[in-house]
Ligand binder design. Structure first.
Ligand code: 9WN
Length: 432
């Protein structure tokens, strides 16, 4: 097992190696373009190494922002024409702010505002910090209000996630209800991922059929939920996406407060959102938040680590968070932490992508949330576990839930970036 000093050095090498100029590829062979939440996590790591490189990462991500503030899940690098599918041709006429930018037509958990808050706080010169926040507050405000404006239906303030890729947890058993529906796109597609990573660790062809079916449906309606909502088989309140949005909204408000500007989302609206999140997604029987399927108006009866997202967002108080994490750990005894799906859950697979393996960025979110709630015993154990996985198994996309062996993409950027953050900033900061 390598020392923590060497770990830091290796992590820095990974980020520098994956640095493609203005952005950090998540894992250059598997994912050569810029991904939304990956880049936010990478920027958090960069801030400890080179603050202006973190700023650049975010500028490049925001260059793909749409006119209405929406931040797509992939910002394509036009110089990379091979090695990832789907390419930008699957997403025609995306309404980008800057003509010529190529992006996907769906989003991902909006970690960016939280990253901007943390990176700002890592800047010791207050005038530099304020000037940077003043430059970004407009795009961040647009981003945060865009989702309630374009991704709500009926009276609920919760945000609708329209593609498994938007959840960031693509083939989670939570989405099996849709992947089992035999949906397939009208045009042929080819998979590039299974040329790089063993098919047994990736989503199945049936999952991909659904992914491409939804791409055609969403693009065919010009990315407007109102157009395809009646037809789509996939419209969910994802517990993690919604938690991350809530956290992001509070962080944009904090930045706005420092700049003496009005909040992006009012306290009353945040409160309404929180109440709705609890009413709609809490499941007392399993002591976890669950996702909600809007097509049948019911919770999805599948537990996953996404249900702990509330801990990282300030959506659960200390007592509830402790009950949640204790119950989750109890179900995962004998496994590495945190399995993305508890081993007793139907659909769990120990080594397949989002169906069981451990992911460093999820751990990081939960660790920071536990620290903020002063649940330090859990937070420290989870941070040690996360560092140990990298120390023993290297810089991988995810880790085998039983053995901790490294799986999926290699030289993975967010694993490196967040290990850097955990080592440089072992506990959370308190700030404005
Ligand atoms: C589709 C880049 C991304 C992550 C996602 C992860 C995976 C893509 C894929 O890789 O998804 O977006 O092709 O499998 O599920 O969370 O952002 O690392």
């Amino acid at each position: 097992m390598i020392s923590r000093g060497d770990l830091l050095q290796q992590a820095e090498q990974i980020l520098r190696r994956n640095d493609l100029g203005g952005y950090t590829a998540p894992s250059p062979r598997l994912y050569p373009h810029q991904w939304n939440w990956d880049s936010a996590f990478c920027a958090i790591g960069w801030a400890h190494l080179d603050w202006s490189r973190a700023v650049r990462e975010i500028d490049t991500l925001l260059a793909g922002q749409w006119a209405d503030g929406f931040l797509p899940h992939i910002h394509y690098n036009p110089e990379v024409t091979q090695g990832y599918q789907p390419g930008p041709e699957w997403w025609p006429d995306v309404p980008v702010r800057t003509l010529g930018e190529r992006t996907s037509g769906i989003s991902q958990p909006p970690v960016l505002p939280t990253a901007v808050y943390l990176i700002g706080m890592a800047q010791p010169d207050e005038s530099v910090r304020r000037a940077w926040w003043a430059r970004l507050i407009g795009p961040l405000r647009d981003l945060i209000v865009c989702y309630p404006r374009t991704r709500t239906v009926s009276a609920s303030p919760l945000l609708v996630v329209v593609h498994p890729w938007e959840s960031g947890a693509d083939n989670s058993p939570r989405w099996d209800f849709a992947a089992g529906g035999s949906f397939a796109p009208s045009r042929p597609y080819r998979r590039a991922d299974t040329r790089v990573v063993a098919a047994a660790q990736r989503p199945t062809d049936r999952d991909y059929d659904l992914y491409y079916y939804l791409i055609e449906l969403i693009a065919g309606h010009r990315y407007d939920l109102r157009g395809y909502f009646p037809q789509t088989p996939f419209a969910v309140y994802d517990a993690l996406f919604n938690a991350i949005w809530y956290r992001a909204a509070r962080d944009v408000n904090r930045i706005a407060g420092v700049l003496a500007q009005p909040p992006a989302i009012t306290e009353a609206d945040l409160q309404r959102f929180k109440e709705s999140y609890h009413q709609t997604l809490w499941n007392d029987g399993v002591r976890l938040f669950r996702d909600f399927n809007l097509k049948v108006n019911a919770q999805i009866p599948v537990d996953s680590v996404a249900g702990l997202g509330a801990i990282s967002a300030g959506l659960a108080d200390r007592a509830q968070a402790e009950a949640m994490i204790a119950a989750y750990l109890q179900r995962c005894r004998g496994y590495r932490l945190l399995p993305s799906v508890p081993p007793d859950q139907t659909g769990f697979e120990v080594d397949r992508y989002w169906r069981g393996p451990v992911w460093a960025q999820i751990n990081w979110l939960v660790i920071r949330g536990l620290q903020e709630l002063r649940l330090d015993r859990y937070a420290t154990a989870l941070a040690d576990e996360t560092l140990a996985l990298a120390q023993r198994s290297g810089w991988r996309e995810f880790y085998h839930a039983r053995t901790g062996a490294g799986l999926g993409g290699e030289d993975f950027s967010w694993t490196a970036a967040l290990v850097i953050d955990l080592l440089h900033r072992p506990s959370v900061l308190t700030g404005p």
